[in-house]
Structures are given as structure tokens and as C-alpha cells.
Ligand binder design. Structure first.
Ligand code: BEZ
Length: 176
């Protein structure tokens, strides 16, 4: 049903990843600073000439807190020099958790934290996996995407869902 939100590509072969290079981001709402501060992901990214979006299994998990998010925070200025005008991180968590997480790693708005509080974006992108055993529900596969004016140009998804390789800033910056 959520795929009808996207309004693009009415079919795809079984097992194919929905979001791919060439696709527009779906029109789905996420939270930013609070539950009242919502933004449409498609509109947000269409207003950025070049953006990097990365997704993580969860705020405060070890890999996300020690490596994934801090890597993008440290290199935010370098990415801006490569004309990236939006760096965003999305997780299936609420805005309060996302912002407490950002504070814990001194994000200082270097990375825009997007709270996919209902997991709708993850489902629309087809980038979630069953993390029930560790985190209680479906969560984002760890991924990163280079996006220009709301269209995905390159997508890097960790093949094992949670690894810290292709979605890290050190890899993504090579492709900018
Ligand atoms: C992590 O360390 O990032 C992680 C831990 C458990 C489940 C998923 C991710």
C-alpha cells in the first residue's frame, strides 16, 4: 500500500530493491526537532542540489554512535566543499530520541537528524530489515545515498544490513 504513495514505477520484479538510482524520493513525512516539526522528505531533498542521506538501524546503537554518525559529523565541512548542501541521517526512532542521540555525539546540526517515527519511509524505500531480535521491530538497513534535487544518484546498502563499510562517509565521499 505504501508503494502507492510513491506514485512512480507501478511494478517491479520480485526481490528487486524498490529505491534505485534514478528514482525520486517518496513523499513521506518525518520528524525533525520535535513531533510537531515534520517535513516531507521529497520536498526537503528536492530543495537541495546535492545531498547525502544515510540510514542507521538505531540511535544509540554502538555502530551508529561510535562510527557511522560521528564519521559524517567529522567530515561535514569536507562534504560541503564538495557541494553537498544537505547531510541527513534517518532512523526508525522518534524525534526526542534522535535529538538526544545527536547531543550525545556533539552533532551541533552538522547532520540533519530525521526521525522516521512510524517507519513509513523505510518501508517506502524498501530499506528495512527485521531487527526484532535486537531492537524489537523492523529497522533501517544501514545505507547511504547520494541524492541530487530529490533524485537518487547512487545507493550504497550494507549487504549484511548492519555492517560498516559501503555506507560510511569514507566510501561515499569518493563518489561525490
Ligand atoms: C549497531 O551496533 O549498530 C547495531 C547493534 C544491534 C543491532 C543493529 C545495529
Amino acid at each position: 500500500m505504501l508503494r502507492s504513495i510513491i506514485g512512480r514505477r507501478s511494478f517491479h520484479s520480485a526481490g528487486a530493491r524498490y529505491i534505485q538510482a534514478g528514482d525520486r524520493l517518496p513523499s513521506v513525512q518525518v520528524q525533525r526537532k520535535s513531533p510537531a516539526d515534520v517535513v516531507n522528505v521529497r520536498e526537503l531533498f528536492e530543495n537541495a542540489n546535492k545531498a547525502v542521506l544515510f540510514g542507521v538501524p538505531g540511535a544509540f546503537t554502538p555502530g551508529c554512535s561510535k562510527t557511522h554518525l560521528p564519521g559524517y559529523i567529522k567530515k561535514a565541512e569536507e562534504l560541503k566543499k564538495k557541494n553537498v548542501d544537505l547531510i541527513a541521517c534517518v532512523s526508525h526512532n522518534d524525534a526526542f530520541v534522535m535529538n538526544a542521540w545527536g547531543d550525545s555525539v556533539q552533532n551541533n546540526d552538522a547532520v540533519s537528524l530525521l526521525a522516521d517515527f512510524k517507519g513509513e519511509l523505510a518501508e517506502a524505500l524498501d530499506l528495512s530489515f527485521d531487527a526484532t531480535g535486537a531492537l524489537g521491530n523492523r529497522r533501517y538497513k544501514r545505507f547511504a545515498a547520494i541524492i541530487e534535487k530529490g533524485v537518487v544518484k547512487q545507493l550504497f546498502v550494507e549487504p549484511d544490513n548492519t555492517g560498516l563499510n559501503v555506507s560510511l562517509v569514507e566510501n561515499v565521499e569518493k563518489h561525490l
